[in-house]
Design a protein around this ligand. Structure first.
Ligand SMILES: *Cc1c(COP(=O)(O)O)cnc(C)c1O
Length: 466
């Protein structure tokens, strides 16, 4: 008990040189709060201990806890992660890594005033929605475009504008849930549209839609089944057929593409899914997709389609609540400009990673293997290191069943479990996220960024040292 009497007061602690020198970096209130927290933690420890400590020893303990706590608190919670999983659009790791042009454009707009909502020709108030629209029209061939916060917002805005209080006909095979938080039936409810499901889970025909059309029908809706695939005895109506039906009954057709492909990637094995341009050609009235999936830009929801419908959406009050900020607009314009450059597969990291030839990945794996071999191989806890052929994934709800052949390096450890090592690597800075293959830790090289090889070695070494 008597140790507690030796705890210095907050005022005493504040007078120490070590604390006073922090004035430049932290405000007084924050420092005081952290000292109180440290004193609280040490007091608890002393209470549970038999030892009787002198003031100086206690002071020492408090300062150790204080330094730990202040550095933990004075840091943003967002931190960089090395993605060695081979999942290119990893939804939990921030999806798309932006292109240099997007980053530069965004940084420039962040540090300066800009014409976000000013028409510089007239000096009058302009619209933030004009910025990306021209580029999107140019690239997709659509009549008009609008960008909102994310694709979930785009779908909701589309449904609310075109079908509030009306029925929306959807195939049962397309009532998707994306990432646990986006469910078509729920979004439908929130947008005040009435869901009218037709067909069955595996088969829906044009006649199913046709029979469901009545005087209260407002919209024909198709959703891309982004994260699953129904195989076997299946049938879905094509967008073309839906458009024909829409024209026959004067009903708009909206397609939620999820991950919009702007650049044909069939040559890299990524086929089966239509590009945005093809959907526009099919005659869909409204098409929505994400900015940060296969497009490779920032989080955004892109709506393209027939001009009168897009104009009505712009006037919807919901749009104000779903609008994008200047940083998103800048990053998206920077990304879209890469599509005009003629070589997006080199300049946009998402496309570059997806299109990288296996031979290059193998070479990269050999280099990484060599570094591991030189710097880790003689470690007692490292049993084997080898180059492995791996199966990577697109991620982000695109091509759910498609595996992209790639290469990586696998390490087998001894005297430490894979869960232990993976857990410790996640807590490093930068964090390292690896994959597990049988009893080995796998580093897939496809998703590594420049300069990360050396960091990976340093991180593994530091974990093995403990
Ligand atoms: C990903 C996805 C969404 C949600 O898009 P966010 O940009 O994540 O809001 C909606 N619909 C489909 C089909 C998707 O794949």
């Amino acid at each position: 008990m008597s140790s507690l009497r030796n705890i210095p007061s907050i005022d005493e602690l504040l007078l120490q040189d070590e604390i006073r020198s922090l004035d430049e970096d932290f405000n007084h209130e924050f420092i005081t709060n952290m000292l109180r927290r440290a004193v609280g933690i040490v007091r608890e420890e002393l209470r549970n201990s038999e030892a009787v400590l002198e003031k100086e020893a206690i002071n020492h303990q408090i300062m150790a806890v204080f330094n730990r706590e202040i550095h933990k608190s004075a840091r943003g919670t967002l931190q960089t992660v090395i993605n060695a999983t081979g999942v290119v659009l990893h939804t939990n790791l921030g999806r798309a890594v932006l292109s240099n042009r997007a980053i530069e454009y965004m940084v420039e707009m962040a540090g300066h005033y800009n014409n976000l909502e000013m028409d510089l020709l007239t000096g009058e108030r302009g619209s933030r929605y004009m910025h990306v629209e021209q580029l999107l029209k140019e690239i997709t061939g659509a009549e008009a475009a609008l960008v909102v916060n994310n694709n979930a917002a785009a779908v909701m805005l589309g449904l609310n504008t075109l079908a509030a209080g009306k029925e929306v006909i959807v195939s049962r095979g397309q009532l998707v849930e994306i990432g646990g938080a986006f469910r078509i039936p729920e979004v439908m409810k929130l947008s005040n549209a009435i869901l009218n499901e037709v067909g069955t889970t595996n088969k829906t025909y044009s006649s199913d839609y046709e029979q469901a059309i009545n005087e209260n029908t407002g919209l024909l809706f198709a959703a891309h089944t982004s994260n699953y695939k129904i195989e076997g005895f299946t049938s879905e109506v094509t967008l073309q057929e839906l458009v024909e039906l829409g024209q026959k009954y004067s009903l708009p057709v909206m397609q939620d593409l999820g991950s919009g492909i702007l650049y044909p990637m069939a040559q890299w094995g990524l086929k089966e899914e239509p590009t945005v341009q093809e959907c526009v050609k099919s005659g869909a009235d409204v098409i929505t997709f994400s900015g940060d999936k296969l497009l490779g830009g920032p989080q955004a929801g892109i709506i393209i389609g027939k001009k009168p419908l897009i104009e009505t959406m712009k006037k919807n009050q919901l749009t104000r609540a779903l609008r994008v900020d200047k940083l998103t607009i800048a990053a998206l314009e920077g990304t879209l400009l890469e599509y005009l450059s003629g070589n997006p597969a080199i300049k946009i990291p998402v496309l570059r990673m997806l299109c990288q030839p296996p031979q290059e990945l193998l070479d990269q794996s050999r280099q990484l293997y060599q570094k591991f071999h030189d710097q880790l191989d003689n470690h007692a806890k490292v049993e084997t290191i080898e180059i492995l052929e791996v199966e990577d994934m697109v991620g982000g709800g695109a091509y759910p069943t498609y595996r992209i052949p790639g290469w990586g390096v696998a390490i087998k450890f001894q005297g430490i479990t894979l869960d232990q090592i993976a857990g410790q690597l996640r807590l490093k800075q930068p964090a390292l996220l690896t994959r597990r293959q049988d009893d080995k830790m796998l580093i897939s090289v496809r998703t590594l960024q420049a300069g990360e090889d050396e960091q990976i070695i340093r991180l593994i070494q530091s974990v093995l040292q403990n």
